[in-house]
Write a protein that binds this ligand. Structure first.
Ligand SMILES: [Fe+2]
Length: 332
């Protein structure tokens, strides 16, 4: 169904053309836009890897997951071209399009774009459009599924059979969205560790992590950047703990957490963060904030407990039990 290597080449070509457009329009483009091209390529390896680790799909799905990863953020370039920023709320305010995922879905409906990306008449296109369109926020409730509902459907039936039969197509789309989001989070961690996404902290006066962010993290409550900014509790440093909290709280598949522990991602991220702080004048100092170290230890402990308590798929109940146990040990 796919020639993945060729699709990667076409994706890079498309990305470069978009970068050219952005440069002409704004006279600049941030490194984050360049990173987006690399991000799609990395995700085209990461998503199928997670699919294999999860053991939920027959091997024949491998390439389709590579395609999901490759194109999931295809809307990002157009978003920047349209509004000059990567903010989804700005996109919605200015264009009415909900987010970059939905924008990507719209792009993938255009024959011109399909031609550019080598997807014309591809029987998988209809699934891809929905995965891309819903990866930021699920619009169709039928895609809101639990991975534990899959049983062995996708081990017994091939991708072609599912597409032709159609009965389980929404289940497939829902499962794929979850795997893309899972891989996206792992990618974020890896990018911090390798230094592609540098953590640069500008504020010397503030604590690295505000008490409020720390409390939300320990309570397992989601940290909303926009909310924190509104309340004046956001600091650049909050992002650090936000990223720490991300994976143990969001991963749906046990093997993802097992890999994170095995590769020692939390410690590596801690080492990345504990070194230099750059102030606005570019002066560098070395700091070590104890809360950051606690964040690393807490994330590790929570991850261990979730693994201990889960099957292949992590249910909400198992996550909550693990959280209770972690708090008990932590505050002992
Ligand atoms: Fe995205």
């Amino acid at each position: 169904m796919f020639d993945v290597a060729n699709l990667r080449t076409l994706y890079i070509k498309y990305g470069r053309i978009q970068l050219g457009n952005i440069e002409r329009l704004f006279g600049r483009y941030g490194d984050e836009i360049k990173l987006k091209i690399e991000h799609g390529i990395s995700m085209s390896y990461e998503v199928p890897k997670i699919m294999m680790e999860s053991n939920l799909f027959h091997e024949s799905y491998y390439d389709s997951f590579a395609i999901d990863g490759l194109f999931h953020d295809i809307g990002r370039f157009k978003q920047y071209e349209m509004i000059g920023s990567l903010s989804d709320s700005e996109l919605e305010n200015l264009t009415g399009i909900k987010d970059h995922g939905r924008l990507g879905e719209i792009l993938l409906q255009s024959f011109e774009i399909q031609k550019q990306l080598g997807l014309v008449k591809n029987p998988y296109l209809q699934v891809l459009q929905k995965v891309v369109g819903n990866h930021t926020k699920i619009c169709n409730p039928e895609y809101r599924i639990s991975l534990s509902d899959l049983n062995s459907i996708f081990k017994e039936y091939s991708l072609e059979e599912i597409i032709n039969y159609r009965k389980w197509i929404n289940l497939l789309i829902g499962a794929k969205i979850q795997l893309v989001v899972e891989a996206d989070n792992v990618e974020l961690l890896q990018n911090i560790i390798t230094g592609k996404l540098p953590i640069v902290i500008y504020s010397e006066k503030e604590k690295w992590v505000t008490e409020e962010v720390w409390k939300l993290f320990i309570e397992n409550k989601p940290i909303f950047i926009s909310e924190m900014k509104k309340h004046g509790t956001w600091s650049n440093n909050s992002g650090v703990i936000l990223r720490f909290g991300l994976l143990p709280q969001k991963a749906n598949i046990r093997s993802t957490l097992e890999r994170i522990l095995k590769e020692d991602y939390f410690r590596k991220m801690y080492e990345k963060m504990s070194n230099e702080v750059v102030d606005k004048e570019g002066r560098k100092t070395v700091v070590n904030d104890p809360l950051i170290k606690e964040g690393y230890l807490y994330a590790t402990l929570l991850t261990e407990n979730i693994i201990k308590m889960s099957d292949i798929i992590i249910t909400r109940e198992q996550r909550e039990q693990a959280l209770e146990l972690t708090k008990k040990i932590w505050y002992k």
